[in-house]
Design a protein around this ligand. Structure first.
Ligand SMILES: [Zn+2]
Length: 552
Protein backbone atom coordinates (compact mmCIF):
# COMPACT_ATOMS: atom_id res chain seq x y z
CA UNK A 1 0.00 0.00 0.00
CA UNK A 2 1.34 3.42 -0.85
CA UNK A 3 0.77 6.30 1.50
CA UNK A 4 -2.29 7.66 -0.32
CA UNK A 5 -4.21 4.45 0.29
CA UNK A 6 -4.04 5.04 4.01
CA UNK A 7 -5.70 8.44 3.68
CA UNK A 8 -9.34 8.48 4.58
CA UNK A 9 -12.03 10.44 2.75
CA UNK A 10 -14.77 12.60 4.23
CA UNK A 11 -17.61 13.68 1.91
CA UNK A 12 -19.97 16.31 3.27
CA UNK A 13 -23.10 16.92 1.22
CA UNK A 14 -24.90 20.22 1.64
CA UNK A 15 -28.20 19.52 -0.07
CA UNK A 16 -29.10 22.27 -2.52
CA UNK A 17 -26.19 24.52 -1.52
CA UNK A 18 -25.15 27.25 -3.95
CA UNK A 19 -22.13 29.52 -4.26
CA UNK A 20 -24.64 32.37 -4.73
CA UNK A 21 -25.24 32.11 -0.97
CA UNK A 22 -21.90 30.66 0.19
CA UNK A 23 -19.61 33.24 -1.41
CA UNK A 24 -21.35 36.43 -0.17
CA UNK A 25 -21.77 34.95 3.33
CA UNK A 26 -18.13 33.80 3.37
CA UNK A 27 -16.98 37.26 2.28
CA UNK A 28 -19.07 38.77 5.06
CA UNK A 29 -17.18 36.60 7.55
CA UNK A 30 -20.20 34.46 8.39
CA UNK A 31 -18.84 31.13 7.08
CA UNK A 32 -15.26 31.08 8.38
CA UNK A 33 -14.64 27.38 7.69
CA UNK A 34 -15.95 27.42 4.12
CA UNK A 35 -14.08 30.70 3.50
CA UNK A 36 -10.83 29.00 4.51
CA UNK A 37 -11.56 25.95 2.37
CA UNK A 38 -12.35 28.15 -0.64
CA UNK A 39 -8.97 29.84 -0.21
CA UNK A 40 -6.89 26.79 0.66
CA UNK A 41 -8.63 24.08 -1.35
CA UNK A 42 -9.86 23.68 -4.91
CA UNK A 43 -13.40 24.62 -5.81
CA UNK A 44 -15.78 25.03 -8.70
CA UNK A 45 -19.36 24.67 -9.84
CA UNK A 46 -20.55 21.07 -9.75
CA UNK A 47 -22.91 20.49 -12.66
CA UNK A 48 -25.99 18.56 -11.54
CA UNK A 49 -28.06 16.13 -13.58
CA UNK A 50 -31.18 17.10 -15.54
CA UNK A 51 -33.61 17.50 -13.94
CA UNK A 52 -31.59 18.71 -10.91
CA UNK A 53 -33.71 17.05 -8.26
CA UNK A 54 -32.65 15.32 -5.08
CA UNK A 55 -33.26 11.58 -5.71
CA UNK A 56 -31.93 11.71 -9.27
CA UNK A 57 -28.90 13.76 -8.27
CA UNK A 58 -27.78 11.82 -5.18
CA UNK A 59 -28.18 8.49 -6.94
CA UNK A 60 -25.83 9.76 -9.65
CA UNK A 61 -23.41 10.91 -6.93
CA UNK A 62 -23.09 7.55 -5.21
CA UNK A 63 -23.22 5.38 -8.36
CA UNK A 64 -21.16 7.62 -10.67
CA UNK A 65 -23.76 6.90 -13.35
CA UNK A 66 -26.26 8.87 -15.39
CA UNK A 67 -29.99 8.46 -14.61
CA UNK A 68 -30.43 6.25 -17.70
CA UNK A 69 -28.45 3.58 -15.83
CA UNK A 70 -29.97 3.89 -12.34
CA UNK A 71 -33.49 4.75 -13.50
CA UNK A 72 -34.23 7.34 -10.78
CA UNK A 73 -35.66 10.23 -12.82
CA UNK A 74 -37.96 11.73 -10.21
CA UNK A 75 -39.38 11.38 -6.71
CA UNK A 76 -42.14 9.28 -8.17
CA UNK A 77 -42.62 6.90 -11.03
CA UNK A 78 -45.85 6.39 -12.87
CA UNK A 79 -47.36 3.31 -14.39
CA UNK A 80 -47.51 3.63 -18.20
CA UNK A 81 -50.83 1.77 -18.29
CA UNK A 82 -52.76 3.23 -15.37
CA UNK A 83 -50.78 6.50 -14.99
CA UNK A 84 -50.88 5.93 -11.20
CA UNK A 85 -47.87 7.37 -9.36
CA UNK A 86 -45.80 5.69 -6.66
CA UNK A 87 -42.65 6.82 -4.79
CA UNK A 88 -39.34 5.72 -6.34
CA UNK A 89 -37.44 2.94 -4.60
CA UNK A 90 -33.65 2.75 -4.41
CA UNK A 91 -33.68 -1.05 -4.79
CA UNK A 92 -35.02 -1.25 -8.33
CA UNK A 93 -31.69 -0.97 -10.16
CA UNK A 94 -28.48 -3.04 -10.25
CA UNK A 95 -25.90 -0.28 -9.91
CA UNK A 96 -23.38 -0.63 -7.11
CA UNK A 97 -22.96 2.29 -4.77
CA UNK A 98 -19.62 3.69 -3.68
CA UNK A 99 -19.83 1.77 -0.39
CA UNK A 100 -20.62 -1.52 -2.16
CA UNK A 101 -17.35 -1.17 -4.10
CA UNK A 102 -15.39 -0.34 -0.94
CA UNK A 103 -16.94 -3.38 0.76
CA UNK A 104 -15.37 -5.61 -1.90
CA UNK A 105 -11.97 -4.22 -0.87
CA UNK A 106 -12.70 -4.65 2.86
CA UNK A 107 -12.83 -0.90 3.44
CA UNK A 108 -15.58 0.17 5.85
CA UNK A 109 -17.83 3.19 5.20
CA UNK A 110 -20.13 5.28 7.35
CA UNK A 111 -23.05 6.64 5.32
CA UNK A 112 -25.31 9.07 7.13
CA UNK A 113 -28.51 10.76 5.92
CA UNK A 114 -27.71 10.35 2.22
CA UNK A 115 -31.04 10.81 0.38
CA UNK A 116 -32.70 7.87 -1.35
CA UNK A 117 -30.56 5.12 0.17
CA UNK A 118 -33.56 3.37 1.74
CA UNK A 119 -33.88 0.40 2.02
CA UNK A 120 -30.28 -0.26 3.11
CA UNK A 121 -28.55 -3.20 1.44
CA UNK A 122 -25.96 -5.15 3.48
CA UNK A 123 -22.43 -3.71 3.23
CA UNK A 124 -19.29 -3.26 5.31
CA UNK A 125 -20.08 -0.27 7.48
CA UNK A 126 -22.79 1.80 9.09
CA UNK A 127 -25.74 3.50 7.43
CA UNK A 128 -28.68 5.62 8.46
CA UNK A 129 -30.80 6.26 5.39
CA UNK A 130 -31.84 9.77 4.39
CA UNK A 131 -34.66 11.68 2.75
CA UNK A 132 -37.16 9.36 1.05
CA UNK A 133 -37.20 6.91 3.98
CA UNK A 134 -40.73 6.25 5.28
CA UNK A 135 -41.06 7.52 8.85
CA UNK A 136 -43.58 4.85 9.76
CA UNK A 137 -42.95 2.90 12.97
CA UNK A 138 -40.47 0.05 12.73
CA UNK A 139 -38.90 1.15 9.42
CA UNK A 140 -35.50 -0.60 9.22
CA UNK A 141 -33.52 2.52 8.30
CA UNK A 142 -30.15 1.49 9.76
CA UNK A 143 -27.36 -0.82 8.71
CA UNK A 144 -26.60 -2.92 10.58
CA UNK A 145 -30.14 -3.40 11.91
CA UNK A 146 -28.59 -3.58 15.40
CA UNK A 147 -27.00 -0.11 15.13
CA UNK A 148 -29.11 1.32 17.97
CA UNK A 149 -28.05 -1.46 20.37
CA UNK A 150 -24.39 -0.99 19.39
CA UNK A 151 -24.59 2.73 20.15
CA UNK A 152 -23.77 4.03 23.65
CA UNK A 153 -26.93 4.55 25.70
CA UNK A 154 -26.55 8.34 25.90
CA UNK A 155 -26.50 8.59 22.09
CA UNK A 156 -29.15 6.03 21.29
CA UNK A 157 -31.86 8.67 20.86
CA UNK A 158 -29.83 10.03 17.94
CA UNK A 159 -30.36 6.84 15.96
CA UNK A 160 -33.27 8.57 14.24
CA UNK A 161 -33.95 9.95 10.79
CA UNK A 162 -32.72 13.51 10.19
CA UNK A 163 -36.10 14.50 8.74
CA UNK A 164 -38.15 17.28 10.33
CA UNK A 165 -41.72 16.48 11.25
CA UNK A 166 -43.00 20.02 11.00
CA UNK A 167 -45.08 20.94 8.03
CA UNK A 168 -43.80 23.04 5.17
CA UNK A 169 -44.71 26.46 6.46
CA UNK A 170 -43.10 29.76 7.22
CA UNK A 171 -42.75 29.48 10.94
CA UNK A 172 -39.80 29.35 13.27
CA UNK A 173 -40.97 25.90 14.45
CA UNK A 174 -39.21 24.13 11.60
CA UNK A 175 -36.10 26.27 12.14
CA UNK A 176 -36.03 25.18 15.79
CA UNK A 177 -36.60 21.56 14.84
CA UNK A 178 -33.67 21.69 12.41
CA UNK A 179 -31.48 23.25 15.09
CA UNK A 180 -32.33 20.33 17.35
CA UNK A 181 -31.61 17.79 14.59
CA UNK A 182 -28.25 19.42 13.82
CA UNK A 183 -27.23 19.48 17.50
CA UNK A 184 -28.12 15.80 17.82
CA UNK A 185 -26.22 14.99 14.63
CA UNK A 186 -23.17 16.81 15.98
CA UNK A 187 -23.07 14.50 19.01
CA UNK A 188 -23.59 11.40 16.89
CA UNK A 189 -21.00 12.47 14.29
CA UNK A 190 -18.39 13.10 16.98
CA UNK A 191 -18.92 9.56 18.25
CA UNK A 192 -18.97 7.83 14.85
CA UNK A 193 -16.02 9.75 13.40
CA UNK A 194 -13.80 9.11 16.39
CA UNK A 195 -14.91 5.70 17.70
CA UNK A 196 -15.85 3.71 14.62
CA UNK A 197 -13.67 2.36 11.85
CA UNK A 198 -14.04 3.93 8.40
CA UNK A 199 -12.23 4.66 5.14
CA UNK A 200 -15.13 6.70 3.71
CA UNK A 201 -17.36 8.92 5.84
CA UNK A 202 -20.24 10.37 3.84
CA UNK A 203 -22.81 12.62 5.52
CA UNK A 204 -25.49 14.85 3.98
CA UNK A 205 -27.13 17.84 5.66
CA UNK A 206 -30.65 18.42 4.34
CA UNK A 207 -31.18 21.69 6.21
CA UNK A 208 -29.74 23.86 3.41
CA UNK A 209 -32.28 22.55 0.90
CA UNK A 210 -35.26 22.36 3.23
CA UNK A 211 -34.99 25.90 4.58
CA UNK A 212 -34.21 27.25 1.10
CA UNK A 213 -37.52 25.83 -0.12
CA UNK A 214 -39.30 27.68 2.65
CA UNK A 215 -37.40 30.97 2.93
CA UNK A 216 -35.63 31.58 -0.39
CA UNK A 217 -37.81 34.45 -1.60
CA UNK A 218 -36.97 36.43 1.56
CA UNK A 219 -33.30 36.33 0.50
CA UNK A 220 -33.89 37.49 -3.09
CA UNK A 221 -33.79 41.30 -3.43
CA UNK A 222 -35.90 40.98 -6.58
CA UNK A 223 -38.78 39.40 -4.67
CA UNK A 224 -41.25 41.60 -2.72
CA UNK A 225 -40.79 39.28 0.29
CA UNK A 226 -37.24 40.61 0.69
CA UNK A 227 -38.48 43.96 1.97
CA UNK A 228 -41.47 42.52 3.82
CA UNK A 229 -41.99 42.73 7.56
CA UNK A 230 -40.67 39.20 8.18
CA UNK A 231 -38.03 39.54 5.46
CA UNK A 232 -35.00 39.98 7.66
CA UNK A 233 -36.03 37.36 10.24
CA UNK A 234 -36.76 34.65 7.65
CA UNK A 235 -33.67 35.53 5.60
CA UNK A 236 -31.57 35.19 8.76
CA UNK A 237 -33.17 31.82 9.56
CA UNK A 238 -32.12 30.63 6.11
CA UNK A 239 -28.57 32.05 6.32
CA UNK A 240 -28.17 30.48 9.77
CA UNK A 241 -28.74 27.07 8.14
CA UNK A 242 -25.50 27.65 6.23
CA UNK A 243 -23.81 28.91 9.41
CA UNK A 244 -24.80 25.76 11.30
CA UNK A 245 -23.34 23.61 8.52
CA UNK A 246 -20.17 25.71 8.52
CA UNK A 247 -19.69 25.27 12.28
CA UNK A 248 -20.30 21.52 12.12
CA UNK A 249 -17.94 21.28 9.16
CA UNK A 250 -15.27 22.93 11.31
CA UNK A 251 -15.84 20.33 14.04
CA UNK A 252 -15.66 17.51 11.50
CA UNK A 253 -12.34 18.82 10.15
CA UNK A 254 -10.95 18.84 13.70
CA UNK A 255 -12.17 15.31 14.39
CA UNK A 256 -10.92 13.74 11.14
CA UNK A 257 -7.52 15.47 11.28
CA UNK A 258 -5.42 17.13 8.56
CA UNK A 259 -4.39 13.84 6.90
CA UNK A 260 -7.99 13.20 5.72
CA UNK A 261 -9.11 14.29 2.26
CA UNK A 262 -12.37 16.23 2.29
CA UNK A 263 -14.97 16.80 -0.44
CA UNK A 264 -17.80 19.25 0.15
CA UNK A 265 -20.52 19.17 -2.45
CA UNK A 266 -24.15 19.80 -3.24
CA UNK A 267 -26.47 17.74 -5.40
CA UNK A 268 -27.84 20.83 -7.17
CA UNK A 269 -27.94 24.57 -6.63
CA UNK A 270 -30.75 26.87 -5.71
CA UNK A 271 -32.16 29.98 -7.30
CA UNK A 272 -35.21 32.04 -8.21
CA UNK A 273 -37.33 30.29 -10.79
CA UNK A 274 -40.91 30.25 -11.96
CA UNK A 275 -43.16 27.90 -9.94
CA UNK A 276 -44.25 24.57 -11.32
CA UNK A 277 -47.80 25.94 -11.69
CA UNK A 278 -46.40 28.09 -14.48
CA UNK A 279 -45.33 25.03 -16.47
CA UNK A 280 -48.68 23.34 -15.96
CA UNK A 281 -50.59 26.47 -16.92
CA UNK A 282 -48.61 26.96 -20.14
CA UNK A 283 -48.88 23.30 -21.09
CA UNK A 284 -52.65 23.60 -20.76
CA UNK A 285 -52.76 26.91 -22.64
CA UNK A 286 -50.65 25.47 -25.44
CA UNK A 287 -53.01 22.50 -25.75
CA UNK A 288 -50.30 20.01 -24.73
CA UNK A 289 -52.01 18.88 -21.51
CA UNK A 290 -55.70 18.50 -20.77
CA UNK A 291 -57.32 17.85 -17.45
CA UNK A 292 -60.13 15.44 -16.73
CA UNK A 293 -63.59 16.91 -16.95
CA UNK A 294 -65.63 16.54 -13.82
CA UNK A 295 -68.96 15.01 -14.98
CA UNK A 296 -71.08 17.83 -13.57
CA UNK A 297 -68.79 20.55 -14.84
CA UNK A 298 -67.95 19.23 -18.29
CA UNK A 299 -66.08 21.96 -20.12
CA UNK A 300 -66.32 24.37 -17.23
CA UNK A 301 -63.75 22.54 -15.16
CA UNK A 302 -60.82 22.97 -17.48
CA UNK A 303 -61.62 26.61 -18.04
CA UNK A 304 -61.84 27.13 -14.27
CA UNK A 305 -58.54 25.37 -13.67
CA UNK A 306 -56.85 27.47 -16.31
CA UNK A 307 -58.27 30.57 -14.66
CA UNK A 308 -57.12 29.45 -11.20
CA UNK A 309 -53.62 28.63 -12.43
CA UNK A 310 -53.39 31.97 -14.19
CA UNK A 311 -54.44 33.69 -10.99
CA UNK A 312 -51.96 31.65 -8.97
CA UNK A 313 -48.98 32.18 -11.26
CA UNK A 314 -49.55 35.70 -12.54
CA UNK A 315 -50.96 37.27 -9.41
CA UNK A 316 -48.20 37.18 -6.82
CA UNK A 317 -50.66 38.50 -4.26
CA UNK A 318 -52.83 35.39 -4.48
CA UNK A 319 -49.87 33.01 -4.23
CA UNK A 320 -48.52 34.87 -1.22
CA UNK A 321 -51.95 34.89 0.36
CA UNK A 322 -52.09 31.09 0.23
CA UNK A 323 -48.54 30.80 1.58
CA UNK A 324 -49.20 33.23 4.41
CA UNK A 325 -52.19 31.30 5.72
CA UNK A 326 -51.65 29.21 8.80
CA UNK A 327 -50.79 25.60 7.86
CA UNK A 328 -54.29 24.29 8.65
CA UNK A 329 -55.96 27.00 6.58
CA UNK A 330 -53.51 26.67 3.69
CA UNK A 331 -54.17 22.94 3.62
CA UNK A 332 -57.91 23.55 3.54
CA UNK A 333 -57.60 26.05 0.69
CA UNK A 334 -55.34 23.74 -1.30
CA UNK A 335 -57.59 20.74 -0.66
CA UNK A 336 -60.61 22.73 -1.75
CA UNK A 337 -58.85 23.92 -4.90
CA UNK A 338 -57.65 20.38 -5.66
CA UNK A 339 -61.09 18.87 -5.03
CA UNK A 340 -62.60 21.46 -7.35
CA UNK A 341 -60.00 20.48 -9.94
CA UNK A 342 -58.38 23.91 -9.70
CA UNK A 343 -54.86 22.86 -8.74
CA UNK A 344 -52.78 20.97 -11.26
CA UNK A 345 -52.10 17.48 -9.98
CA UNK A 346 -50.75 14.51 -11.83
CA UNK A 347 -53.90 12.52 -11.12
CA UNK A 348 -56.08 15.23 -12.71
CA UNK A 349 -54.33 14.94 -16.08
CA UNK A 350 -56.48 13.30 -18.72
CA UNK A 351 -54.17 10.79 -20.49
CA UNK A 352 -56.83 10.25 -23.17
CA UNK A 353 -56.56 13.83 -24.38
CA UNK A 354 -53.01 14.95 -23.46
CA UNK A 355 -50.13 15.04 -25.93
CA UNK A 356 -47.65 15.39 -23.10
CA UNK A 357 -47.62 13.87 -19.60
CA UNK A 358 -45.80 16.03 -17.04
CA UNK A 359 -44.46 14.77 -13.72
CA UNK A 360 -45.70 16.27 -10.45
CA UNK A 361 -42.56 18.37 -10.51
CA UNK A 362 -43.55 19.84 -13.88
CA UNK A 363 -40.05 19.73 -15.40
CA UNK A 364 -40.07 16.22 -16.86
CA UNK A 365 -42.40 15.60 -19.76
CA UNK A 366 -43.25 12.31 -21.42
CA UNK A 367 -44.68 12.33 -24.93
CA UNK A 368 -47.91 10.35 -24.89
CA UNK A 369 -46.64 7.88 -27.48
CA UNK A 370 -48.68 5.10 -28.95
CA UNK A 371 -47.36 1.73 -27.81
CA UNK A 372 -45.68 3.23 -24.77
CA UNK A 373 -48.62 4.43 -22.72
CA UNK A 374 -52.04 2.93 -22.12
CA UNK A 375 -53.74 5.82 -23.90
CA UNK A 376 -50.81 6.69 -26.16
CA UNK A 377 -51.83 8.78 -29.16
CA UNK A 378 -48.65 10.07 -30.87
CA UNK A 379 -46.77 8.26 -33.60
CA UNK A 380 -43.08 9.02 -34.24
CA UNK A 381 -43.72 11.95 -36.62
CA UNK A 382 -46.32 13.48 -34.33
CA UNK A 383 -43.93 13.12 -31.39
CA UNK A 384 -41.23 15.08 -33.24
CA UNK A 385 -43.73 17.70 -34.29
CA UNK A 386 -44.95 18.03 -30.67
CA UNK A 387 -41.40 18.59 -29.38
CA UNK A 388 -40.76 21.27 -32.00
CA UNK A 389 -44.03 23.04 -31.22
CA UNK A 390 -43.44 22.83 -27.45
CA UNK A 391 -39.95 24.24 -27.85
CA UNK A 392 -41.17 27.20 -29.87
CA UNK A 393 -44.10 27.80 -27.52
CA UNK A 394 -42.21 27.72 -24.20
CA UNK A 395 -38.94 29.35 -25.26
CA UNK A 396 -40.86 32.43 -26.46
CA UNK A 397 -42.15 33.22 -22.95
CA UNK A 398 -40.51 36.23 -21.33
CA UNK A 399 -40.58 37.41 -17.75
CA UNK A 400 -42.41 40.77 -17.86
CA UNK A 401 -40.10 42.41 -15.29
CA UNK A 402 -36.64 41.39 -16.50
CA UNK A 403 -37.43 40.50 -20.11
CA UNK A 404 -35.47 37.27 -19.73
CA UNK A 405 -36.80 33.96 -21.10
CA UNK A 406 -38.65 31.98 -18.42
CA UNK A 407 -37.48 28.62 -19.75
CA UNK A 408 -33.72 28.61 -20.11
CA UNK A 409 -33.34 25.38 -22.07
CA UNK A 410 -35.30 22.38 -23.29
CA UNK A 411 -33.44 19.08 -23.36
CA UNK A 412 -34.38 15.81 -24.99
CA UNK A 413 -34.08 12.66 -22.92
CA UNK A 414 -32.21 10.85 -25.70
CA UNK A 415 -29.38 13.40 -25.36
CA UNK A 416 -29.33 13.22 -21.54
CA UNK A 417 -29.68 9.53 -20.74
CA UNK A 418 -28.11 6.27 -21.80
CA UNK A 419 -28.39 2.85 -20.20
CA UNK A 420 -30.92 0.17 -19.33
CA UNK A 421 -33.56 2.63 -18.07
CA UNK A 422 -33.01 5.40 -20.63
CA UNK A 423 -36.19 4.53 -22.52
CA UNK A 424 -38.24 4.99 -19.33
CA UNK A 425 -36.92 8.49 -18.74
CA UNK A 426 -38.69 11.68 -19.75
CA UNK A 427 -38.61 12.65 -23.43
CA UNK A 428 -38.22 16.30 -22.53
CA UNK A 429 -36.69 18.09 -19.55
CA UNK A 430 -37.25 21.80 -18.97
CA UNK A 431 -34.61 23.98 -17.35
CA UNK A 432 -36.00 27.19 -15.88
CA UNK A 433 -34.09 30.45 -15.86
CA UNK A 434 -32.56 31.42 -12.52
CA UNK A 435 -33.49 35.07 -11.91
CA UNK A 436 -31.48 35.33 -8.70
CA UNK A 437 -28.75 37.95 -8.75
CA UNK A 438 -27.51 39.03 -5.33
CA UNK A 439 -25.52 41.92 -6.80
CA UNK A 440 -28.38 43.90 -8.31
CA UNK A 441 -31.15 45.82 -6.65
CA UNK A 442 -33.71 46.36 -9.36
CA UNK A 443 -36.28 49.05 -8.81
CA UNK A 444 -39.03 46.69 -9.91
CA UNK A 445 -40.13 43.71 -7.85
CA UNK A 446 -40.92 40.29 -9.19
CA UNK A 447 -43.31 38.20 -7.14
CA UNK A 448 -43.76 35.58 -9.84
CA UNK A 449 -40.55 33.76 -8.94
CA UNK A 450 -39.96 31.37 -6.07
CA UNK A 451 -37.07 29.35 -4.67
CA UNK A 452 -36.24 26.26 -6.71
CA UNK A 453 -33.47 23.95 -7.83
CA UNK A 454 -30.84 24.98 -10.38
CA UNK A 455 -28.19 22.80 -12.06
CA UNK A 456 -25.22 24.64 -10.50
CA UNK A 457 -24.10 22.79 -7.38
CA UNK A 458 -20.93 23.36 -5.37
CA UNK A 459 -17.66 21.43 -5.20
CA UNK A 460 -14.89 22.15 -2.70
CA UNK A 461 -11.95 19.76 -2.25
CA UNK A 462 -9.47 20.13 0.58
CA UNK A 463 -6.73 17.97 2.04
CA UNK A 464 -3.34 16.43 1.26
CA UNK A 465 -4.30 15.15 -2.22
CA UNK A 466 -5.78 18.42 -3.49
CA UNK A 467 -4.36 21.55 -5.04
CA UNK A 468 -4.40 24.60 -2.84
CA UNK A 469 -6.07 27.85 -3.83
CA UNK A 470 -7.19 26.58 -7.21
CA UNK A 471 -10.40 26.23 -9.19
CA UNK A 472 -11.85 23.41 -11.28
CA UNK A 473 -14.11 23.72 -14.30
CA UNK A 474 -16.55 21.22 -15.81
CA UNK A 475 -16.95 19.07 -12.70
CA UNK A 476 -20.17 17.05 -12.70
CA UNK A 477 -22.05 14.98 -10.13
CA UNK A 478 -21.04 11.73 -11.82
CA UNK A 479 -17.38 12.61 -11.14
CA UNK A 480 -17.72 12.33 -7.35
CA UNK A 481 -17.80 8.51 -7.18
CA UNK A 482 -14.77 7.89 -9.46
CA UNK A 483 -12.83 10.66 -7.70
CA UNK A 484 -13.65 9.11 -4.32
CA UNK A 485 -12.62 5.64 -5.56
CA UNK A 486 -9.31 7.01 -6.84
CA UNK A 487 -8.61 8.75 -3.53
CA UNK A 488 -9.25 5.49 -1.68
CA UNK A 489 -6.92 3.52 -3.96
CA UNK A 490 -9.45 1.75 -6.17
CA UNK A 491 -9.65 1.12 -9.90
CA UNK A 492 -12.42 2.99 -11.73
CA UNK A 493 -15.11 0.59 -13.05
CA UNK A 494 -15.55 0.78 -16.84
CA UNK A 495 -19.29 1.52 -16.64
CA UNK A 496 -19.00 4.65 -14.49
CA UNK A 497 -19.94 7.74 -16.52
CA UNK A 498 -17.93 10.23 -14.48
CA UNK A 499 -14.19 10.81 -14.43
CA UNK A 500 -11.55 11.37 -11.77
CA UNK A 501 -11.33 15.14 -11.22
CA UNK A 502 -7.62 15.29 -11.99
CA UNK A 503 -7.67 19.11 -12.22
CA UNK A 504 -8.31 19.20 -8.48
CA UNK A 505 -5.42 16.88 -7.58
CA UNK A 506 -1.82 17.70 -6.74
CA UNK A 507 0.35 16.77 -9.78
CA UNK A 508 2.73 14.67 -7.67
CA UNK A 509 -0.19 12.67 -6.28
CA UNK A 510 -1.21 11.70 -9.82
CA UNK A 511 2.40 10.87 -10.68
CA UNK A 512 2.86 8.63 -7.66
CA UNK A 513 -0.54 6.98 -7.94
CA UNK A 514 -1.73 6.77 -11.54
CA UNK A 515 -5.44 6.21 -12.16
CA UNK A 516 -6.24 2.50 -12.45
CA UNK A 517 -8.93 1.42 -14.89
CA UNK A 518 -10.96 -1.55 -13.67
CA UNK A 519 -12.33 -4.30 -15.88
CA UNK A 520 -15.35 -5.31 -13.80
CA UNK A 521 -18.58 -3.34 -14.21
CA UNK A 522 -19.97 -1.87 -10.98
CA UNK A 523 -23.28 -3.72 -11.20
CA UNK A 524 -24.91 -6.38 -9.08
CA UNK A 525 -25.95 -9.65 -10.70
CA UNK A 526 -29.53 -8.94 -9.80
CA UNK A 527 -31.86 -6.23 -8.55
CA UNK A 528 -32.34 -6.30 -4.76
CA UNK A 529 -36.05 -5.65 -5.35
CA UNK A 530 -37.65 -5.51 -1.90
CA UNK A 531 -41.44 -5.40 -1.45
CA UNK A 532 -43.38 -2.35 -2.66
CA UNK A 533 -44.06 0.45 -0.19
CA UNK A 534 -47.17 -0.08 1.93
CA UNK A 535 -50.02 2.49 1.73
CA UNK A 536 -48.85 3.95 5.09
CA UNK A 537 -45.29 4.31 3.82
CA UNK A 538 -46.51 5.95 0.61
CA UNK A 539 -48.60 8.42 2.61
CA UNK A 540 -45.56 9.36 4.68
CA UNK A 541 -43.24 9.80 1.69
CA UNK A 542 -45.86 11.96 -0.03
CA UNK A 543 -45.97 14.01 3.15
CA UNK A 544 -42.19 14.57 2.79
CA UNK A 545 -42.71 15.78 -0.80
CA UNK A 546 -45.46 18.07 0.40
CA UNK A 547 -43.15 19.49 3.07
CA UNK A 548 -40.81 20.60 0.32
CA UNK A 549 -43.69 21.99 -1.69
CA UNK A 550 -43.20 19.52 -4.55
CA UNK A 551 -46.78 18.34 -4.50
CA UNK A 552 -49.89 20.12 -3.28
ZN1 LIG B 1 -31.36 18.14 -3.20
Amino acid sequence: MDSMNTQRLLIVGLDGATFDIIKPLAEAGRLPVLATLLQQGTHGVLQSVQPPITPTAWTTVFTGKNPGKHGIFDFQTFDPQTYATSPVRADRHREKRLWDLLTEADQPSIILDVPFTYPPRPFNGIMMTGYGTPRTAGTPFTWPPTLAEETPADLRAEIRLALPRHRFDRSMAIVEEWRDIMQGRRRLLRHLVRERDWALFFVVFGITDNLAHIFWTFADPLHPNYASEEGKRFREAFFQAYEQCDALLGDLLDWVGPETNVLIMSDHGFGSVYPRQYTFRRLVEGGFVRYKRAPLLAGVNEWAMRWAMRLYTSTPFFKELVKRLRPGQAKLVKQTLAAGGLLPTHSAIDPRRSLVLPSEFGLQLWLNRRGRFGHGMLDEDQAHETIARLREFLLADRDPITGKPIVRAIYEGRDLYHGAFAAQGPDIVLELTNFYDPTTRPSAHNGRIEGGHTPDGVFIAYGPAFRRGDVVAHATLADIAPTALYLLGHPIPPDMDGRVLTDALQPDVLEQTPIKRGETPATFGEIAGGPDFTPDEIRDIEQQLRQLGYID
